[in-house]
Design a protein around this ligand. Sequence first.
Ligand code: BEZ
Length: 238
Amino acid sequence: MKKISVLLIIITSGVLVWSQGTIPMLGEKAPSFEANTTNGKLAFPEDFGESWKILVSHPKDFTPVCTSELLALATMQDEFDELGVELAVISIDDVATHEDWKRHLEDILLETTGPINIDFPLIADQNGRISNMYGMLHAWEDPTRDVRGVFILNPENQIRSINFYPLNIGRNMEEIKRVVVALQTSEREEALMPANWKEGDDMLMKYVPYTSEDLANNPGLEDQYYKVGFNMWFKKSN
Ligand code: BEZ
């Protein structure tokens, strides 16, 4: 009897692991997929070209936390647009349900914020195929619904950031935007971002920024950088 129970546990765990898929890694090319969406057929991430991309999963249309999250995202579309970011939202709902929910969200926006169209696609993933590819199904949280996942992709479609939040906690969309700005700034400035960094804050240097010879030739360098402790060289933001 004990042997049978152990066998059942092993088999069940195997099935659960299989059905959850695996989470793609940071730095990896994002898995490609084709799907139906509220904006028609989408080949992700290819259809978004050389933009940055954010793939956002949520557990279920029409649920309260998800509704609050999509409203927050909708009001920030222009800000993501300015950053060159394309958004895509996914759940295990069909296109018809997504379309109903989208209309409902736009009605709320009209009442509360003014007219806002939701331009980003809501991806239908009824059989969980795509959610599985991205490791968005966490069986111990809920085997039938996506957790709240956030994948940020760079223009080369490499995964640059991954976050998962539980079903009962809505995400901070400002934090998602902060991470995009930090990633873009880090690449552009070849810098590192310290704890709690936000746009306009000083950045950390990857290397000691100048030698004593550089300083002798360009005394102004001393005004652009400063050191904290023995290992943190900061570059002043302009
Ligand atoms: C929500 O979005 O409100 C929600 C979704 C799944 C489980 C619990 C809450």
